[in-house]
Design a protein around this ligand. Sequence first.
Ligand SMILES: Nc1ncnc2c1ncn2[C@@H]1O[C@H](COP(=O)(O)OP(=O)(O)O)[C@@H](O)[C@H]1O
Ligand SMILES: [Mg+2]
Length: 328
Amino acid sequence: MRFHCKKCKFPAKLKSETNLCDAICPKCKHPLNLSEDERMFGAYELIQALGSGGFGTVFKVRESCERSLYTLKLIRKSRVSKAEKVHLLRQVHSSRRLQHSNVVASHDFGEQEEYWYLISDYVDGLPLDRWAQKVSPEPMRSLELCAQIGDVLDYIHQQRFVHRDLKPGNIIVDRNGEPHIIDFGLCKSEEDSDLMAIERYRAARRAIRSKKTIAENSMLGTLGYAAPEQLSGSALSANPRSDIYALGVILYELITGKRPAMGLGRLFNGFAVSAMLRRSKVPPSTAKQLRNLCLQAFSPKDTKRHANAGVFSNECRALLGSTKRSDA
Ligand SMILES: Nc1ncnc2c1ncn2[C@@H]1O[C@H](COP(=O)(O)OP(=O)(O)O)[C@@H](O)[C@H]1O
Ligand SMILES: [Mg+2]
């Protein structure tokens, strides 16, 4: 959403974390002095710009009568294809069926003026990447967090959903250090035959246009976190283990500060984790198991990964337990 500067008339796009009350024009640096009316979107008062991603801008908002906080995702209709509208609808649709305190619920989807909008619960915290920069977690703290994320994934998978876009920007760590999964726009459900049919139709149409195969055109997710099966062929059949892959990458990144180098393979990535764990003074036997857990989770072949997210979390907890015992 753009607000016009009253001085230079520049349509100002607000940067993440800008409070609407003290926003300034990025061009002439004059305060935007937005009136209460200008800060309203229907019944919602815009408080802060939280971020803008692939699909539009997300604001922290307050409902005027309830005073509760929510997020509002705003997408200009002229910039949204039918497919992107499907992604938005999907968030509400999946949210109705996923009832978990660590899955952020979406409540309302609609259109107003030139926008599509989506209202979801607000989590007071930081996206995982920014949380990690701020907190610099010890490897064992990262492991604990990933075990919690694994529990939430396990729940999502048991409801027969696959998130398909798990990445640090889609995990918010709240003030108590608990992770919450957001952004179910690419989420797939085994039971969504209507949505899956639309997706197949889109892939087929793009394939005809670009003279490539459906598989080559159906990559969904984010490079760096998307599993090989999402990248190279069968995105339409991405499975729960594709989310485990992303979680493995996240754990590796939390420990080493970098994403695994896929081209360099298991040996190099294993060496990088071990080196970092040695520096953090993790006992050698735990370090070896933690390295193996990480490498197994992002194995290129899905059948080599953990059988399910529950198994991944249990292995994390076994390791956490053994370190606690060796500390005692
Ligand atoms: N429920 C929420 N609570 C707190 N911050 C949020 C929430 N939802 C989104 N955000 C912030 O907005 C950013 C973009 O939101 P997201 O739903 O992932 O949109 P996109 O589809 O553009 O990726 C997130 O990375 C996060 O910083
Ligand atoms: Mg996102």
